[in-house]
Each structure stands twice: as C-alpha cells, then as structure tokens.
Design a protein around this ligand. Structure first.
Ligand code: GRG
Length: 298
C-alpha cells in the first residue's frame, strides 16, 4: 500500500469519526448545557483516534459497513475520552493539560467533569446497543458485553486499579505487562474485535488470530507511549529516562532502557503481523496501522 494512500485513509477516518461523534453527542444548546458542553469538549477536536482507526481497519477485513463502523468507532472513542477525563482529575493523575488544552475539570469544574465522564461512558453503550441495520441483535449484544468487559474491572478500570496500588512499588516486567494489558490494552484489543464483529462472522481460529494481533498491538501501543514520554521528558526536563513524572511509576523504558523498549515494540509488532498472515491482502490496512503505531517511537 502506497504511504500516501494510508495517510489519506487515516485522515478520512479521523474526519468521519469526528462527524459521527458530533452527531451522537448531546446538543450543547439543550439543558443541562454545562454537562453537554463538557462531554463535547472532552471528546471532539483532538486525539489521534487510534481506537477508531483500528475498528475501521478490522471492519474492512470482515467487510463491515462504514456507517456501522462509525458508530462502533464513536463508542470506543467515548469510552476512551471518559477514561482520560477521569484519569486527569485531582484524585487520579491531577493533570491540567490534555490534547493541548486545559483538562475537562479545569475548563469546567470537578463535579461537571466527573459527570461528563459518566455520561460519556453510558452514551457509548447506548450507541452500540441502538439497532444497526444488518447486524444481528445477538452480535450487538456480544459487542456490548465485550466493550463492558474491556472497560470494567477485568479491563481498563482493573488496570487503573493495579496502577493505583503499585505507586512507589517496583514492578517486574510480567507485572507491568499485566497492568498494561488491562489498562490500555483491553480497549485497544476491543477496538479490533468490535470492528471485526461489524462484518462477516469469523471462524473461531480466524477470530483467535485477530485477537492475538490485537493483544500484541495493545501492548505495543503502551511500550511506544512509554518511549515517547521518556523522549519528551528528556527533552523538556532532563529527567532520568523512563520514570513517570507524576509519581515515579515504572515504565518499559525504566525496566529495559530506551533502545530495548523500542526493539520490544518492534518485536510485538512482528508477532502481531505473523497473526495476520492468514488474512492476506484483506489485512493490509491493519498492517499499515500497526506499522504507523510502532513507527511513532523510531
Ligand atoms: C480513570 C477509568 C479510568 C481509567 C484510566 C486508560 C486510562 C485508564 C487512562 C488514560 C490515561 C493514560 C495517559 C493512559 C495511558 C494510555 C494512553 C497512552 C492514553 C492516551 O491515549 P492516546 O495516545 O490519546 O490514544 P489520544 O489523545 O490520541 O486519543
């Protein structure tokens, strides 16, 4: 696939995700205006839309309808936006900037940010539960279930719980990996799986291959994020490589060093690629996206 055709595809998906979110989020002119504005503020006009891109790329593999993928992508981005709003609050990471603008609780207030996160989460489930022409209700129910598991105690919230309880402790690589598999990986993995569920039903072994791809890329995404954080910290603060600025949490860079963390991301991508081999050209978009995610750390 030519590089510019991938870039063009990425821009098109980012634009249609923005449009889908805009139409699905509540009207700011309607009461309660502050809540609606905060939901829109936290979700629109920023972010790489990696989860939306993964859902669309996986949906292309199974022949899903683009309009269904828009809903699935919007739901995933709503869950992601809610997690960022809550994670930025004083009780968690206490961040003041997100996506280049003040965090939601700074732009509004803490109570509104808390509520906006809650409402984004429930809206995500509404969006994928509403009828989607041509997708069997049983498949939609499976999507709802999968998204709930990926977001809750056995997924993103569980990973955040491990993160909270590990502050100040030394984590081994398997412990760090388990935390990230849940905290960031579960939603990344669900993005691929839900996108694929929008199209033809995969055979059990095909679904397992795709899930393996998604699991490896979920982890690769976090390793890349650690590498980028380390580079940004070193550039701006001259900090010791790989220690989280807020509370000295361990990262892949602090565990294995910058060079090895980059190599680990490439190894994860290669393992993810191997799982796609059986899909041939149908998986070209997923391959290009996996390359894009990992190349950010080169
Ligand atoms: C508070 C319920 C709750 C969960 C928190 C995922 C998570 C768990 C918090 C998000 C905070 C964070 C910085 C996690 C690391 C994962 C990560 C790199 C998030 C940022 O995702 P990107 O890079 O962000 O996809 P954009 O802005 O591009 O969408």
């Amino acid at each position: 696939m030519a590089p510019d055709s991938f870039t063009g595809w990425m821009t098109a998906i980012q634009q249609r995700t923005e449009a889908a979110l805009d139409s699905l989020l509540p009207d700011p002119a309607r009461a309660p205006a502050a809540l609606h504005e905060a939901m829109r503020y936290a979700t629109l006009g920023g972010g790489k839309r990696v989860r939306a891109l993964l859902a669309h790329a996986a949906g292309e593999l199974t022949g899903a309808k683009p309009e269904h993928l828009d809903r699935i992508a919007a739901a995933l981005e709503m869950i992601h936006a809610y997690s960022l709003v809550h994670d930025d609050m004083p009780a968690m990471d206490n961040d003041t900037l997100r996506r280049g603008k003040p965090t939601c609780h700074i732009a509004f207030d803490e109570a509104t940010a808390l509520l906006a996160g809650d409402a984004l989460q429930t809206l995500a489930f509404e969006v994928i539960a509403d009828p989607m022409d041509g997708i069997a209700p049983s498949v939609q129910l499976a999507m709802v279930s999968r998204l709930a598991r990926a977001s809750g105690h056995a997924g993103m919230c569980g990973g955040q719980g491990i993160d909270l309880s590990s502050v100040g402790k030394a984590l081994s690589q398997p412990e760090l990996e388990y935390m990230h598999l849940l905290k960031t990986g579960a939603l990344i993995r669900a993005s691929v799986v839900l996108g694929a569920m929008g199209g033809r039903t995969l055979a059990t072994d095909e679904a397992a291959s795709l899930d393996h791809f998604a699991k490896r890329m979920g982890l690769a995404f976090q390793v890349v994020d650690d590498v980028l954080d380390c580079e940004a910290d070193t550039a701006t603060l001259g900090k010791t490589a790989g220690k989280d600025a807020a509370n000295d949490k361990p990262t892949y860079v602090s565990l294995m060093g910058l060079g090895q963390a980059r190599q680990f991301a490439r190894d994860l991508r290669d393992d993810a690629f191997a799982a796609l081999q059986r899909f041939g050209d149908d998986a070209s978009r997923l391959r290009a996206l996996a390359d894009y995610i990992v190349a950010r750390s080169f």
